[in-house]
Design a binder for this molecule. Structure first.
Ligand code: KG4
Ligand code: ZN
Length: 356
């Protein structure tokens, strides 16, 4: 079956078409990505230092028909489009933006006379790992993956989730205030760096010639006996330091060391709590997702720790760690199989991207 994914939870307008099938003899799911189009609004929101919801809503409204047309053309070329199911993000996310995607899906569903399946954006960030490179050549049995821990870190979310099995999730902890990506975005602004802050901080941190940094920031809630996070404390600490040392902010070495310490503090807290949960719940694997997992140092730290703890680690390709609609479509397929009582035992995702 061909699934059309629609993602408009934040500032990216994403539409993707994937071809999915389950080989009944092995109950194996196979995906083929026919098209994946994302129209980013980053430049538009840069002047505000964060996403401006009503502006994002208007952009989605304008972009959706264009992105849809491009996705159809890339997937089918001159052939007659064949779509069987629409998967649309219905939360969590920015409400006005979500409605744009949902209303677009409703109209298409009526026009094409095909069903809609609502998708949880966090679940989609997790399940997109099934098109991870590691899955390309091998078949994975769910029993060798679950239980698992998922860490979803983006501009809007920071959640640690226990996955007992496919579709059986328990939130172990989440941020009590700012999300990790939001903290990167806000502290970058304080340092006079560009938006989005995560990549800007990563670049500055990589230029610092001291490791560890001579600046010391708190690691909020790191040793508390729970799996919650707090990143607004880190943001405030940066704000105070910069205020007190204003003349130093003209110094690029100071900015680089501050960026390194912000990155280190964030990675320390995220990895410490994730592996603590992995140990407590005796999990077989860890799934990462969300824009912040594009950070190279974060990936490196998680890989090192996973090796030490002998836990399988799944990290999405960079293009699938930030918001996209491939993740929505894939989650649509799994949920569809679940509804139909046809969940596969194995997964083999080739993740072929056939762009025409
Ligand atoms: O998942 P995403 O694309 O959208 C949301 O759902 O929020 O995540 C965007 C967030 C932004 O806060 C951005 O600063 C952060 O991900 N981000 C990064 C990096 N690339 C993007 N954070 C740290 N390092 C990066 N390389
Ligand atoms: Zn997201």
């Amino acid at each position: 079956m061909n699934i059309l994914g629609i993602e408009t939870s934040c500032d990216d307008t994403g539409i993707s078409i994937i071809k999915c099938e389950t080989k009944s003899e092995k109950r194996k799911a196979i995906f083929d990505i026919l098209s994946n189009v994302v129209s980013s609004q980053t430049k538009i929101h840069a002047q505000y230092g964060g996403v401006y919801p009503m502006l994002a809503k208007r952009e989605h409204e304008k972009n959706l028909p264009i992105v849809y047309k491009t996705a159809i053309k890339r997937a089918f070329g001159r052939k007659k489009p064949q779509l069987d199911l629409i998967a649309v993000t219905n939360g969590p996310g920015l409400e006005p933006c979500l409605w744009q995607g949902i209303n677009f899906a409703k109209k298409l569903s009526e026009q094409l006379k095909i069903p809609i399946i609502p998708i949880n954006h966090i679940e989609a960030h997790i399940l997109v790992n099934f098109i991870n490179q590691d899955f390309q050549s091998s078949t994975f049995n769910f029993q060798r993956i679950f239980p698992a821990i998922a860490l979803i870190v983006s501009g809007g979310h920071t959640q640690l989730i226990l996955m007992k099995n496919f579709g059986k999730y328990k939130i172990l902890g989440e941020t009590l205030d700012d999300a990790a990506g939001e903290c990167f975005d806000k502290t970058a602004r304080v340092l006079g760096l560009s938006y989005p802050g995560g990549p800007a901080i990563e670049i500055e941190a990589s230029k610092a010639n001291r490791e560890p940094s001579s600046i010391s920031l708190p690691r909020p809630m790191i040793y508390q006996k729970n799996y919650n996070f707090s990143f607004s404390g880190l943001k405030t600490a940066v704000l105070y330091k910069v205020k007190n040392e204003k003349r130093k902010t003209k110094n690029e070495k100071y900015i680089q060391e501050m960026a390194l310490e912000i990155q280190n503090a964030t990675i320390n807290v995220l990895s410490y709590k994730t592996f603590k949960a992995a140990e407590e719940y005796q999990v077989k694997s860890i799934f990462l997702g969300g824009g912040v997992t594009a950070n190279k140092q974060l990936r490196k730290r998680f890989k090192q720790q996973a090796r030490k703890y002998k836990i399988k680690l799944f990290v999405p390709d960079k293009k699938y760690s930030t918001d996209n609609a491939v993740m929505t479509a894939i989650t649509g397929y799994f949920n569809w199989l679940k509804i139909k009582g046809k969940m596969p035992k194995n997964i083999e995702a080739n993740g072929n991207l056939r762009l025409k």
